[in-house]
Design a protein around this ligand. Structure first.
Ligand SMILES: [Zn+2]
Length: 235
């Protein structure tokens, strides 16, 4: 029986190597994903800021045009005043000019606010650009490093899997079935060597009647302590 178990030990060895690699790199995809998200959100932030600056620039230009229009009208009114004939006409013109000047002050206030906001956006945009270069850009090379490591580990697992597939062909089918069934519910190792009357996996003492069965090697024996397949120590 022990001869049938031996190839399974080799498979188990591969399974443990595969598991170890997979454990080491389990968190990589998540990490790459979150780095990518961080980059994307910073890029969006910078894009939004420069879009806002463009919008405010256009608002400011429109307001300046409104101001120029009002100034032209006020100037025209000043000339009209010279030619008015009645008191009513004069009053109406003066009222219109007064309204225009008040309107101009309102628009100038708006323009100042737009320009102040634009300055703030420009400063934010500069700061974001600087931090992008210092903090975010290095993340891109970090990502490609992580991707490289991840791909290498996948390749490594692939090679071990190939080796495993070759070994499987040489294993006793019934024993393989038992091994696979136990593997589906348990982490490797599935098979443990004994050391004297002690379980090689968890170091618990094996009851003598069980140990006798192990030594007889006529059937598969599960350790009472950890339910691993226990086998005599292989010299
Ligand atoms: Zn045990």
């Amino acid at each position: 029986m022990i001869e049938k178990i031996k190839p399974l030990l080799e498979i188990q060895n591969l399974d443990m190597q595969i598991l170890e690699i997979q454990n080491n790199f389990r968190e990589l995809p998540e990490k790459i994903f979150s780095l990518n998200n961080r980059i994307k959100s910073e890029e969006t932030k910078i894009e939004n800021l420069s879009q806002k600056v463009v919008e405010l620039e256009s608002i400011s230009i429109n307001l300046q045009n409104d101001i120029t229009d009002i100034e032209d009208k006020v100037k025209a009114n000043t000339e009209k005043v010279m030619r008015v004939k009645t008191k009513e006409e004069l009053e109406a013109l003066e009222k219109e000019t007064g309204d225009l000047k008040r309107r101009k002050i309102e628009i100038e206030d708006k323009q100042i606010k737009a320009m102040e906001e634009m300055e703030t956006c420009k400063k934010d945009s500069d700061a974001s650009n600087t931090s992008f270069e210092e903090e975010i850009l290095p993340m891109k090379s970090e990502i490609s490093e992580l991707e490289k490591v991840l791909n290498e580990s996948k390749e490594e697992v692939g090679l071990l899997d190939d080796e495993r597939s070759k070994l499987i062909k040489e294993v006793d089918k019934d024993f393989l079935k038992i091994y696979e069934r136990l593997s589906s519910n348990n982490k490797p190792p599935i098979i443990a060597e004994t050391s004297g009357e002690v379980c090689g996996h968890c170091n618990m003492k094996i009851p003598p009647q069980v140990y006798i069965k192990v030594l007889q090697g006529k059937e598969i024996v599960l350790a009472p302590c950890c339910k691993k397949i226990i086998i005599p120590k292989i010299a």
